[in-house]
Unconditional design. Structure first.
Length: 86
């Protein structure tokens, strides 16, 4: 909540869309560094070394109407929703 306040955001009104999330993240990252000199990141997404990383990306992709598999069960990442998510 403190980072929201410092970035001029209302901590009681979280972002409702991915576009808002990106905007909030940019504002928080623009704060620069914390008191200890550590860089402040506006958003962090788990990567390959975290067991649940795929779950995070699933949610983002599905929220844009994307999908991983077509109706025949074949990999189908080349769809507009998945492209938009990335």
């Amino acid at each position: 909540k403190e980072l929201f306040k410092q970035a001029g955001l209302d901590p009681e009104k979280p972002p409702a869309t991915w576009e808002q999330m990106i905007d909030y993240a940019k504002k928080i990252a623009a704060l620069g560094k914390d008191r200890g000199g550590n860089k402040i990141y506006g958003l962090a997404i788990a990567s390959a070394k975290v067991a649940h990383a795929g779950t995070v990306f699933n949610g983002i992709i599905y929220s844009y109407g994307g999908y991983f598999l077509d109706k025949k069960g074949k990999v189908a990442l080349n769809n507009s929703g998945t492209k938009e998510a990335f």
